[in-house]
Design a protein around this ligand. Sequence first.
Ligand SMILES: Cc1cc2nc3c(=O)[nH]c(=O)nc-3n(C[C@H](O)[C@H](O)[C@H](O)COP(=O)(O)OP(=O)(O)OC[C@H]3O[C@@H](n4cnc5c(N)ncnc54)[C@H](O)[C@@H]3O)c2cc1C
Length: 193
Amino acid sequence: MAAKGDTFYAWAADAACQERGECGGAVTALLTHALKSGMVDAVLAVKKGQDIYDAVPTLITDPAEIAQTAGSLHCGTLLLSKLVKQYLDGAEKMRIAVPVKGCDAMGLYELAKRNQVNLDNVLMIGLNCGGSVSPVAARKMIREKFGVDPDDVVKEEIDKGQFIIVTKDGQHKGISMDELEEEGFGRRSNCRR
Ligand SMILES: Cc1cc2nc3c(=O)[nH]c(=O)nc-3n(C[C@H](O)[C@H](O)[C@H](O)COP(=O)(O)OP(=O)(O)OC[C@H]3O[C@@H](n4cnc5c(N)ncnc54)[C@H](O)[C@@H]3O)c2cc1C
């Protein structure tokens, strides 16, 4: 039995979910469990749209669709708390599970203080987010600093202080975030602050 404050290493039990997830798929597995078990009515998560720069928020009620949202989109600068308030009645009539960046969690708490979100109906799963990169700035950075056509990038990740891209021919290229940020690229200034 887990107690408040305990720490666990966790990953998804099913291999496909582990593979699709950013770091083992635990978040996707927890969201799937929350929906399947009836703990929540819906999951609000983020999926890839046209390309890796296009993060699309999506409300899911069928557990089979949650797999589409596995993985982290570091160019996804959307603020999920605002969507809960504006388009989901502040979770007043629906129990919703949401994976949250620090800013999303903070936004939900601030809106709840103003009675604009009902936290009793929100299940937050925190992401260890170190910051997101604006999609327009990311495209410019990839072109100018990595010397790569941004449309050739199929995956990006932030690992051990580097922003790493993977191109469609399987090449990996990483540049230190410090170096990128010294030159005005990298994470959004709000995230850095
Ligand atoms: C923008 C961002 C920056 C991150 N930076 C770091 C970091 O610097 N260091 C670190 O250790 N970990 C970072 N993480 C967390 C890490 O990438 C994984 O999300 C986390 O380890 C969980 O892994 P998982 O395999 O269980 O997640 P998965 O099972 O792959 O689930 C990831 C969940 O995140 C949601 N998601 C994807 N993109 C976004 C987004 N832009 N906004 C909100 N939700 C989103 C997906 O919908 C999905 O539900 C970051 C995550 C994000 C989204």
